[in-house]
Design a protein around this ligand. Structure first.
Ligand code: GLU
Length: 287
């Protein structure tokens, strides 16, 4: 990435500070939040569910709920957990689908144990693209979620990998979480990753990589920066950026932040600058 492009992408400087502040306040005041956790934020190097990581995520969610915020969790990790449990590497779509069924029940068992520590009940929702695209099915899913939230239950959502073949796969959980956030009109989307946000280069490879604090008018430059990283197979950040932006284009602020950061959700709710904030863009946008 050229120095010029790096500067354009870098920091909140190129995004209207008032819009950044307003988005940060909106994120802090959110009454209903979709939190998405990726496989790497839940599993260890052997692809086994990592109890410490999972408990940390659950504690972060519990802290947010204690503030009165409704949380919907979109959790990956089913295929990964299945691989870790069976010691099998999924090599075909069919194997991944079967592994997801092994891992999903393991994942839910761990979530229900972990949320028990907070006297909180969880529910499993497995969705496919059909469910989001078909108005009747979507309304049914929406009604189920509303009822669960009324009861104080945390919906744990994943793609229904067992029946989602390549043509109908939502694609990935970044897409799923963004579609759920937009479709249900929540107030904030938080995507938790194993890096601290979006960077001007791949932070795992480039010591000069700088975290981009806010994304708004600089979106083109940011997308260019992550295109570069994606070419180096920088795990999925390009999709995260695009899906966070899609939420912002629907008026939903989005934050991409590190799952390992202490009190990450609490700090977002405190209005602290955490990770990378996607400023909502809409009719009155300056872009
Ligand atoms: N649904 C997949 C799983 O639970 C993950 C898809 C993704 O991470 O994007 O393993």
């Amino acid at each position: 990435m050229s120095e010029g492009a790096r500067q354009r992408a870098d920091g909140a400087a190129s995004v209207d500070p008032e819009r950044v502040e307003a988005a940060r306040e909106a994120a802090a005041d959110a009454d209903r939040v979709v939190v998405k956790a990726g496989t790497n934020s839940l599993t260890d190097a052997d692809s086994r569910l990592d109890p410490e990581k999972l408990d940390k995520l659950v504690d972060d969610i519990a802290a947010l709920r204690e503030r009165g915020t409704d949380v919907l969790l979109v959790s990956s990790g089913a295929i990964g957990a299945g691989e870790g449990l069976l010691g099998v590497d999924g090599e075909t779509v069919e194997e991944d689908q079967a592994l997801s069924t092994v891992g999903q029940s393991q994942l839910m068992r761990r979530y229900s144990e972990s949320f028990d520590r907070h006297d909180t009940t969880t529910a499993q929702l497995l969705l496919t693209e059909h469910d989001l695209a078909n108005p009747e099915r979507f309304t049914n899913a929406q009604n189920t979620v509303e009822t669960l939230l009324d009861w104080g239950v945390v919906p744990v959502i994943n793609e229904n990998d067992a029946v989602a073949t390549e043509e109908v796969r939502i694609g990935d959980n970044d897409m799923l979480s963004s579609s759920v956030a937009i479709g249900l009109g929540v107030d904030l989307l938080v995507t938790l990753t194993d890096v601290g946000g979006v960077y001007t280069a791949n932070p795992k490879e480039d010591p000069d990589a700088e975290r981009i604090e806010a994304v708004g008018a600089n979106y083109g430059a940011v997308e260019a920066a992550v295109e570069d990283s994606a070419a180096a197979r920088f795990g999925g950040i390009r999709t995260k950026v695009r899906r966070a932006r899609a939420a912002a284009e629907h008026g939903v602020p989005a934050v991409i932040a590190g799952s390992a950061e202490p009190d990450v959700l609490d700090r977002i709710a405190d209005g602290d600058p955490v990770g990378t904030l996607f400023v909502p863009v809409g009719g009155d946008s300056d872009e």
